[in-house]
Unconditional design. Structure first.
Length: 122
């Protein structure tokens, strides 16, 4: 059975001490509107491709992308065949590691623009 997926978001993963400054910087740099709340883990900057700033534990700073899909398990299996590996399951999505060591997430399709730009896989 086929499924669809696409990259839906890019997240800037920053430490708690840098969270406010990073959220304001990236919103300004990208020309995106945002409402910063220091008590939330994510600051979203929606658009055709969503951007966000995420507060993370020390040592996990960086950048990651999210793949959204109408079948999380099928997409995870497809990416594992390409060389990715599972790191951890969180709520309804998988955090995975690409062969080069980069983390990324496979999340259920929920964005407002789904399925625009999604690729269909067999």
């Amino acid at each position: 059975m086929s499924h669809r997926s696409r990259i839906c978001a890019v997240y800037f993963d920053v430490g708690r001490d840098d969270y406010a400054n990073a959220a304001h910087f990236w919103a300004g740099a990208l020309g995106r509107e945002t409402e910063f709340d220091p008590d939330k883990r994510y600051t979203e900057m929606p658009g055709e491709l969503d951007y966000g700033v995420q507060s993370v534990e020390p040592g996990r700073e960086g950048l990651h992308i999210d793949f959204e899909t109408d079948d999380v398990e099928a997409e995870v299996a497809r990416l594992e065949k390409l060389g990715a590996r599972k790191r951890e399951f969180v709520k309804s999505w998988w955090v995975m590691i690409a062969p080069g060591g980069q983390p990324f997430c496979v999340v259920p399709a929920e964005s407002k623009s789904w399925p625009d730009g999604a690729v269909e896989w067999d």
